[in-house]
Design a protein around this ligand. Sequence first.
Ligand SMILES: Cc1ncc(COP(=O)(O)O)c(C=O)c1O
Length: 230
Amino acid sequence: MNLILSQWTKLQEAITRSCSRSHHNPGNVQVVAVTKNRSLQEIQELYHLGQRHFGENRPQALLERIAEFPESYWHLIGPLQKNKVSKIVGKTYLIHSVDSLELGQKLAACGDFSLLLQVNLSGEATKQGLSAHDADVVYEQLLKFPQLKILGLMTMAPRFDGTNESEKSIRSTYSKTRELLVKLQKKYATPQFRELSMGMSKDFEWAIEEGATIIRVGSYLFNGPSTVEK
Ligand SMILES: Cc1ncc(COP(=O)(O)O)c(C=O)c1O
């Protein structure tokens, strides 16, 4: 079996196991395969296996990929500058990384978009994302724009370093994100605000256990079993 096929199969099995541990439905967990720096052939292999949701970090790379795989669903998962917004109108399936009111307003001014608000509840100052308080303020303001479908939250956890402490802080970041989603959904009576994009190659099983509905997986699929970088 080739590497991508065997990793893709392992990923499906791991998702099923995490879902059964945490009583979630595997049908409610969408895998976004992160294709950053991957070859056309690698992406084609995944496509042939039935993978249709893909993610890129940068708008320019995203546009190039969309031209190569126009029938797939393309997610922008990395930072978006306001001056790039007009280039991606009508191109993205979902933008995961809206982290300011100004960016949301710019998107609303340029077209129709589905998006997630990126939050940073990890306590790491270096990570992108809104605080819980600011996410509430920004969500309330952006709800005024019918051209924006605001579908939930995205977050990035601290990097796993192999310790129990690290696992705990990753899980805590994810559970806080879920709690914030539920709080905002109730406060604004918006049942469609239900997606949680959280979990990457090294921690997607914990993310699913904490309620992820979208996981963003790159190296696990393309490089083989994840290794812990210390
Ligand atoms: C925002 C984001 N999510 C997910 C990933 C995928 O990470 P990994 O290769 O650890 O699965 C990346 C990698 O570039 C990323 O930037």
